[in-house]
Design a protein around this ligand. Structure first.
Ligand SMILES: C[S@@+](CC[C@H](N)C(=O)[O-])C[C@H]1O[C@@H](n2cnc3c(N)ncnc32)[C@H](O)[C@@H]1O
Length: 225
């Protein structure tokens, strides 16, 4: 069967990605889907009231004083978070994403130092040393069909002790959402709670952030211990 193609409707595209998540090895298909969406992504998301990159960057800039801090923008996509970080004076931002076409758009925005086309999950990101980052962002990319809790081990490897991580987790539920998708959201929240209880992360803040379509998402700010 042909792989799905994005249309100019963000809600429909998100639903398609939710459906793709049921397949084994769905990550490759999701990367290809974002490759095809990349050209229109910024415009479509603007029309969908996507404001999370502003909130994520604002939160990081409250927590990280050093504008030379080395930051990794996980699931950077077309670079919206990097642009917002650069507006707040940050100079050393790297990007990682599954979608090379999205990263090409990120690169064109001139705010990233290095860009890595790789998957976030159990695997190690190729070319990234242990403990090299002062801070990490991951906005708009944790949840069904995207990044799950299995990426947290890798985040802990690449972020130095004392480093700050700011990430969002979507709370949007679609009509008739399968039970499995609710379970994925719960698993992610349970993994965050476990890491705090195990003393690997200190929860600095957990609050609602303005997100997409006028809905809110959870925003977590943690210190890697
Ligand atoms: C909704 S976009 C968010 C992009 C950007 N952070 C923003 O706020 O505009 C989700 C991004 O996550 C990326 N992505 C999804 N699953 C991924 C994974 N497992 N590893 C790396 N990137 C992933 C997609 O390629 C896409 O660029």
């Amino acid at each position: 069967m042909a792989e799905p193609t994005p249309i100019r409707d963000t809600a429909e595209n998100v639903k398609v990605i939710y459906q793709m998540s049921a397949k084994t090895n769905f990550k490759e298909a999701v990367g290809q889907f974002y490759d095809k969406w990349a050209e229109h992504y910024d415009e479509d998301l603007e029309n969908s009231k996507y404001v999370a990159p502003v909130g994520g960057a604002e939160e990081l800039s409250k927590r990280v004083e050093d504008k030379n801090a080395l930051i990794i923008d996980c699931a950077a996509g077309t670079g919206q978070v990097g642009v917002e970080l650069a507006k707040r004076g940050f100079k050393n931002i790297d990007a990682v994403d599954l979608s090379q076409k999205s990263l090409d758009i990120s690169a064109s925005k001139g705010v990233y130092r290095k860009l890595f086309c790789d998957s976030l999950g159990k695997n190690k990101i190729k070319g990234v040393e242990d403990g090299c980052y002062d801070a990490l962002t991951c906005i708009g990319a944790i949840g069904v069909g995207h990044i799950a809790e299995d990426a947290f081990v890798e985040w802990n490897r690449i972020v130095k002790k004392g480093g700050i991580m700011v990430f969002s987790a979507s709370k949007i539920s679609f009509e008739n959402e399968p039970e499995r998708q609710k379970e994925i959201k719960n698993q992610i929240r349970a993994a965050i709670k476990d890491l705090v209880e195990q003393g690997q992360w200190e929860m600095l803040e957990h609050k609602d952030m303005d997100y997409l379509f006028g809905h809110q998402a959870d925003m977590f700010t943690v210190r890697r211990l």
